[in-house]
Design a protein around this ligand. Structure first.
Ligand code: XMP
Length: 527
């Protein structure tokens, strides 16, 4: 295991991902972690970047125990400055802050480069993002790379496997950054490469069986998304019909979603699934509501009621079966949650208070009040690992690659009041949009694409008649983690086809626009 100590950089989770991509298990913990309380012995430590200056009051510092662990250490950006600060080097504010590309000149040490840069050439293109930099290296260190403005851009200890680099090898803008991380993790730390989804499946199924015991039963909500589908299939593999999946049709799903989930999960994958049509209840409660946070709250709370009712029904059935002498039914003790590693990181990562832009809790998070114990088989995994796991579990590729879909569904994509007519219009437009994206072979290049229904009317002409109808906005973004996102540049022909199909086929729409806003300052969803 590689231990990554997080000093609050927006890229910290990417360091973890890059290690995992090398099949090395890596865990991210806050920089304030006391090392005597670690539950594992790391084979190496990486100190992440962070938005602070080491000399500031209240800036975070690593437990000095780190220098006595006897394992390799790599400091990245703030991590390098922290290393220098603790080991009595000097850090100073740069004359000019450095953001963006830089060329590292790799020093020759003996016959070639240091092991960290071995085989990567003399010039290394990297991504920098810092205000401070080293002005003096600590004793017993030497320079292994410099840039025209940063004489100590990369340093190494004379005898110990300790390194510091000013650039960010974890971001894709450092083209050979992955290799630098590989040199550290595999070459310096000599980690084994056992972290694969093949090994994960076997271990996780065994763990689930042990945790649930021979009779324990588990319920969980499924949505048709990647995470809940993969989690459900994994539970099914582990405990068969003792896992009950519940799909709640809240009336604001995509076109034919409930039927498709039933087909896929129950009929094709064999999962014990109940689909509950609660659309009347949800749409009734949403009537006349326009405020987005209000919509989220109503949908979240209604979901809990419906889900709890279903759980109670299953429990009653089980008691009846037991009374009739069938001993195969145990109590429902567990609630499945599709928590992923980024959610875990989010809850533990080191950061100051930040304002809530939107309340994003997934439905699962709202169910914690149920007196059930949580089981979270995906909590160690990143999204791409969940996708790899899904493929191994024979979940079809289009589903495994599916874009995320928000819990409150189309309710936050209908900007005005939500009702069956408006839902139907949006479902049709969205379905045409996604179908054409798939046909053009662009689906997997886009991180998320969807249509939004605007509550305004525009004038149009059809035949000889004037029309006065609603507007659809199309959105498609590319994003690594949805914290930031860029709008997707469509080939014009694809947009033309989509627009013409939507205006021709969807009654009530006479105009289509394309959203060219990035996040920030916009967000991905319109509400
Ligand atoms: P924003 O709009 O905040 O979206 O830029 C970032 C990602 O989060 C999704 N999203 C939600 N997901 N419940 C969810 O489960 C929500 O209330 C919610 N709001 C936004 C959004 O689809 C995008 O993937």
């Amino acid at each position: 295991t590689i231990l990554i100590l997080d000093f609050g950089s927006q890229y910290s989770h990417l360091i973890t991902r890059r290690c995992r991509e090398l099949n090395v298990y890596a865990e991210l913990l806050p920089c304030t972690q006391k090392l005597s309380e670690l539950e594992f012995k790391p084979k190496g430590v990486i100190l992440s970047g962070g938005p602070y200056s080491v000399y500031d009051d209240g800036s975070p510092h690593v437990d000095p125990e780190v220098w006595s662990l006897g394992v390799p250490i790599l400091g990245i950006c703030y991590g390098l400055q922290e290393m220098a600060w603790q080991l009595k080097g000097k850090v100073a504010e740069c004359d000019h802050r450095e953001y963006g590309f830089a060329q590292i000149h790799v020093e020759k040490i003996g016959n070639g480069a240091d092991i960290l840069f071995e085989g990567l050439g003399e010039e290394l293109e990297v991504w920098m993002s810092h205000g401070d930099q080293l002005s003096q290296i600590p004793a017993d260190f030497h320079v292994i790379g410099h840039t025209p403005t940063a004489p100590f851009a990369a340093i190494g200890h004379n005898d110990k496997p300790w390194y510091g680099i000013q650039f960010h090898p974890e971001v894709t803008h450092s083209p050979r950054g992955r290799e630098v991380i590989g040199k550290f993790v595999l070459g310096v730390c000599r980690c084994s490469t056992h972290w694969t989804m093949e090994e994960f499946i076997g271990k996780e199924i065994a763990r689930i069986r042990e945790v649930c015991g021979p009779k324990g039963r588990v319920i969980g909500a499924v949505s048709g998304g990647v995470d809940s589908t993969v989690a459900a299939k994994l539970m099914h593999e582990a405990i068969g019909d003792r896992f009950h999946a519940i799909m709640v049709d809240n009336g604001v799903l995509r076109l034919d979603e409930a039927a498709q989930v039933d087909q896929m999960l129950r009929q094709n994958l064999g999962v014990n699934l109940t689909v509950v049509d609660a659309s009347d209840l949800f749409l009734g409660r949403l009537e006349g509501v326009e405020d987005p946070e209000q919509k989220r709250k109503i949908i979240g709370n209604t979901f809990i009621h419906v889900f709890e009712d279903e759980a109670a029904k299953l429990e009653a059935e089980a008691e009846k079966a037991e009374a009739e002498g069938e001993d195969k039914k145990g109590k429902i003790e567990w609630l499945l949650q599709g928590t992923l590693y980024p959610d875990v990181i989010e809850s533990i990562s080191f950061k100051g208070p930040s304002a809530t832009i939107k309340t994003h809790h997934n439905v699962g998070g709202l169910l914690k009040d149920m007196k059930l114990k949580l089981i979270e088989p995906l909590r160690e995994l990143f999204k791409d690992e969940v996708r790899a796991l899904g493929r191994l579990l024979n979940i079809p590729a289009p589903l495994v690659q599916r874009h995320p879909f928000p819990g409150p569904g189309l309710a936050i994509r209908i900007l005005g009041p939500v009702n069956r007519d408006q839902v139907k219009i949006l479902q049709q437009a969205d379905s045409i949009y996604i179908e054409e994206i798939r046909k053009a072979g662009l689906y997997n290049q886009i991180s998320q694409a969807f249509a939004v229904l605007l509550p305004v009317r525009a004038v149009g002409v059809m035949g000889d008649k004037r029309t006065y109808e609603q507007v659809i906005a199309l959105r498609a973004v590319q994003s690594e983690d949805f914290m930031t996102a860029d709008w997707y540049v469509f080939p014009p022909d694809v947009l033309r086809k989509i627009s013409s199909r939507i205006t021709n086929e969807v009654a009530g729409i006479n105009r289509v626009t394309y959203d060219v806003s990035s996040k920030p300052p916009a967000t991905v969803e319109w509400l």
